[in-house]
Design a protein around this ligand. Structure first.
Ligand code: GLN
Length: 465
């Protein structure tokens, strides 16, 4: 059931006004019950809504996304708005320009309401690593929301926004989507421009929509996709049509990684639910293959080696000179170090230190280059897999969401909780979380550029499990 279409119809039939709609969403967002809000874009949103109403009153046509309220993770540039990355360092930073993905949504008439809370600079899996307070899970507020796009997933799950735009480097859209029982897509790397998304690990950073149906994911994905001269890793893609994703006949073979399911870290109930889903898929006449894959520990260490190296490099520009809340020291060197020590969180500092170690002379051959080699092997493994199967199915996480407070005590356990999401990021593959199959959902992955197949299989699963 598409919320976007439902609201679109209500608007054009004048059952609701856009202003009423936007006001009602802003009212609930102002309560900020789940710590999802870093800042509200109230003035802009109200003005935009009035324009949509004026158009409708004049009998003019409006586009499907026109007047639809959405949320933006606070790592995207939206000109004139605070863009804090949920960090102290950028607490007062205002975007000088707008990210391409967000601009495309603005051009389509969608209305941004809120810059959303999450783990600072994308560093985390729980949305507790933030200066705006831990984001609370939409289903059970004593649990974490997941991360790093926790605020975005919770806003969608609570219907505070119709859809939200998150960033996924190693699972940050898919994992919170799973924890809050909504849909979240990490598209093929390069399908959506990263221009104006604050860089975490540039080689895996993806812009990803979160919504309550595959149809809404499809609509928003189409609106944001495309080649962008400002991001040389983007490519031109074809629009994904409704007809193509409703015809679910294309999928004949499904694979899953045996070691994900036999791993001792997996919770017994997640395992049982996953295997029960596999049985239902088999019962529909689909062939299911067990696949071999790298051990979770290898995936997690490869991902964190590369992600830390890239983030250490990307964040080096944040020294209080061009960006960031500068704290003066006795000399320039002191100024840099005080600014960075005082303003970065413990988790971010852990990653900068780790990343600089990985990249430093004497270590980089042994650690960083080895990480790159492993990444190539992982990609080759995926290529082989997709010669045998159409899609790969996996749980989103090995365990249910932890209680608020627990992940901060044990960063290593938090890194390991990313075991099932990071491999697909390293492979740059399209992967969708659907809120079905296990208590934290299922991931559907296809070969590169096969985002359409992922959505198609999600439609098949809807009627199957
Ligand atoms: N949890 C992972 C990390 O902390 C993924 C985060 C993300 O995708 N931004 O790196």
């Amino acid at each position: 059931m598409s919320k976007i279409r439902e609201i679109h119809n209500q608007l054009i039939n004048q059952e609701i006004s856009c202003l009423e709609l936007i006001k009602s969403k802003l009212d609930v967002l102002k309560l900020n019950t789940h710590n999802t809000v870093n800042s509200l874009l109230e003035t802009f949103a109200l003005e935009a809504a009035a324009k949509v109403d004026a158009k409708i009153a004049k009998g003019e046509q409006i586009g499907l996304l026109e007047g639809i309220p959405f949320g933006v993770k606070d790592v995207f540039m939206v000109q004139g708005t605070y863009t804090t990355a949920s960090s102290n360092l950028l607490k007062k930073y205002k975007s000088p320009y707008t990210a391409t993905a967000i601009q495309k949504l603005l051009d389509a008439g969608a209305i941004p309401l809120v810059k959303e809370n999450g783990d600072s600079f994308g560093h985390g899996s729980s949305s507790e690593n933030t200066i705006f307070g831990a984001v609370k899970n939409a289903v059970n507020p004593t649990l974490v929301s997941g991360g790093s796009s926790g605020g975005s997933a919770v806003n969608v799950a609570k219907e505070y926004t119709v859809f939200s735009i998150g960033g996924d480097t190693g699972g940050s859209v898919r994992q919170p989507a799973g924890y809050n029982q909504v849909f979240g897509l990490k598209p093929t790397y390069g399908r959506i421009s990263r221009f104006g998304l604050m860089a975490y690990a540039s080689s895996t950073d993806c812009v990803g929509p979160i919504a309550t149906s595959t149809e809404d994911i499809r609509i928003v994905l189409n609106a944001m996709s495309g080649k962008d001269v400002k991001d040389q890793t983007t490519y031109a893609s074809e629009e994904i049509t409704v007809a193509n994703i409703l015809n679910t006949e294309g999928v004949k073979t499904v694979g899953y990684f045996k070691n994900f399911i036999t791993n001792e870290a997996i919770d017994a109930s997640v395992k049982a639910a996953f295997l029960a889903s596999i049985e239902k898929i088999k019962a529909k006449g689909i062939a299911v293959k067990e696949l071999d894959f790298f051990e979770s520990d290898t995936l997690v260490s490869t991902y964190y080696t590369l992600a830390m190296a890239e983030t250490a490099s990307n964040l080096s520009r944040l020294d209080g000179t061009n960006y960031g809340n500068r704290i003066e020291g006795d000399n320039l060197k002191d100024t840099y170090s005080i600014t960075r020590s005082e303003n970065f969180s413990e988790e971010t500092k852990r990653r900068i230190v780790g990343g600089n170690q990985v990249l430093s002379q004497g270590f980089s051959d042994e650690i960083y280059l080895k990480g790159l080699q492993l990444r190539d092997q992982i990609s080759k493994n995926f290529e082989k897999d997709f010669e045998q199967v159409d899609v790969i199915l996996s749980p989103v996480t090995p365990q249910a969401p932890p209680k608020i407070g627990d992940s901060l005590k044990d960063p290593l356990a938090m890194y390991l909780s990313d075991a099932y999401t990071v491999g697909f990021s390293l492979g740059q593959l399209p992967t969708l979380t659907v809120p079905q199959g296990t208590e934290t959902g299922l991931q559907i992955t296809a070969a590169k550029n096969n985002d359409e197949l992922v959505l198609k299989f999600a439609n098949f699963l809807k009627d199957t499990i």
